[in-house]
Design a protein. Structure first.
Length: 207
């Protein structure tokens, strides 16, 4: 079993000023990307037929989009709506930058003249944020329906021989680990004052 991902959860206030949404977003984005990348490695070790880098990037995109929405759910009620919007917007932009950087690393810096990697990720993220807004999240848990939607999005890019098994791997193994790590980090940055409160059922527009 791989060692758990270490995350930065708390910063001391600098000159009495709370860290800004952009700084927090950068830290959370780094964790989300690392966890999504590790999930792709886990799937490869499980003998799923992840052959092409394009497929790997697609899986990472779907997992990170789910994680961004999960962060949006977690911070609701902990910060103002304006601060939440700044955080989620900054988080999405930072992940788009990381996505582009990794694709360009793979292509040796060669861009697709017909596709903007950053904007493509943002467009996909906005679509997923709208989709996941329809699903229930209670406390720190995503509903079966939300996780199933994610697994179906990933299932679409897999080989037919892997499709029957990929959903269980995503829903039962990969995402619980990712969500647990993300929640720990969010709780560190934005402590939950009312331990009895849960995550709202509907997330508003954030990007």
């Amino acid at each position: 079993m791989a060692a758990p991902t270490r995350v930065k959860t708390v910063w001391f206030k600098k000159d009495g000023v709370q860290r800004g949404a952009e700084e927090v977003a950068t830290a959370i984005a780094t964790t989300i990307w690392r966890m999504a990348d590790r999930a792709v490695d886990d799937l490869s070790r499980a003998d799923y037929d992840i052959v092409t880098p394009q497929r790997g990037f697609k899986i990472i995109a779907e997992i990170t989009a789910f994680a961004v929405h999960y962060v949006d759910r977690l911070v609701f009620g902990r910060v103002s709506d304006e601060e939440r919007a700044r955080l989620i917007t900054a988080l999405g932009k930072r992940l788009a930058e990381i996505m582009e950087d990794n694709i360009l690393d793979f292509t040796g810096g060669q861009r697709d003249p017909e596709y903007d990697y950053k904007q493509g990720y943002i467009d996909m993220l906005n679509d997923r944020m709208a989709e996941y807004a329809h699903y229930t999240f209670e406390r720190d848990k995503a509903s079966f329906q939300a996780l199933r939607f994610l697994s179906l999005m990933i299932r679409e890019v897999m080989e037919k021989t892997d499709q029957p098994w990929i959903q269980d791997q995503i829903m039962d193994i990969e995402m619980p680990q990712i969500m647990g790590t993300v929640k720990k980090q969010v709780d560190g940055f934005y402590p939950l004052r009312d331990q009895g409160s849960g995550i709202r059922n509907q997330a508003g527009d954030s990007n």
